[in-house]
Design a protein around this ligand. Sequence first.
Ligand code: ADP
Ligand code: ADP
Length: 209
Amino acid sequence: MRLIFIGPPGAGKGTQAARLVERYGIPHVSTGDMLRAAVKAGTEMGKVAEGYMTAGKLLPDEVVVGLVRERLKAPDATKGVLLDGFPRTVPQAEALDVMLTGEGISLDAVVLLEVPDDLIVSRIVGRRQDPETGEIYHLQFSPPPADILPRLVHRKDDTEEAVRTRLGSYHDQTAPIIPFYEAKGLVKRVDGVGNPDDVTARIIAALGR
Ligand code: ADP
Ligand code: ADP
């Protein structure tokens, strides 16, 4: 199974991806997670990425495409993958198409998680992640156990200001990839509002397996 998750920041891509990769036995490839790991490790790529990420701006296509190209070569990604946060621009989608076509591989579906803009800011500002388990919480919508609260991480780019920039990039640069995949008949639109379990059930129903 090869899936792409598209949706605005805070749509629930990471939350839902964690559940689906378990169900389908495929790796979760999140460019955001890979870039945050590079920043933390202080690699050359991390140094380039940090400024863009903190400001909520997209990195140059060639940087991210190179990262994904390498990741997709790893043995665990040869049989299936869930791509989260990539592609995010039409040139990235085109580059992915060339990569997959070159290997004779096709995508099964592009899941578009739809959440209105007015719900996004509160989801993002309240987001916290457990660095030990990777679990994603929300201070109101998915409250963490009190004992782990002190170790939870609040992302630097999860501010109201950065999220407005990220939402702008989503509408201007990422939304145009929807018609690109619609033309291929791959897009499954899923309502991302409501209980996370209900959203998972909607995605599974849309995928039909
Ligand atoms: P994305 O990966 O699309 O940016 P996340 O999965 O990190 O989104 O979710 C963003 C925030 O919204 C997190 O704090 C998460 O706990 C919360 N969240 C995820 N799904 C839902 C939902 N269905 N309803 C309410 N809050 C949600
Ligand atoms: P979210 O789903 O909450 O919007 P991500 O974790 O997917 O955020 O991405 C965080 C940041 O990493 C983005 O704001 C951007 O700076 C960078 N990034 C991640 N994926 C890409 C991509 N495909 N192209 C360009 N920049 C990216």
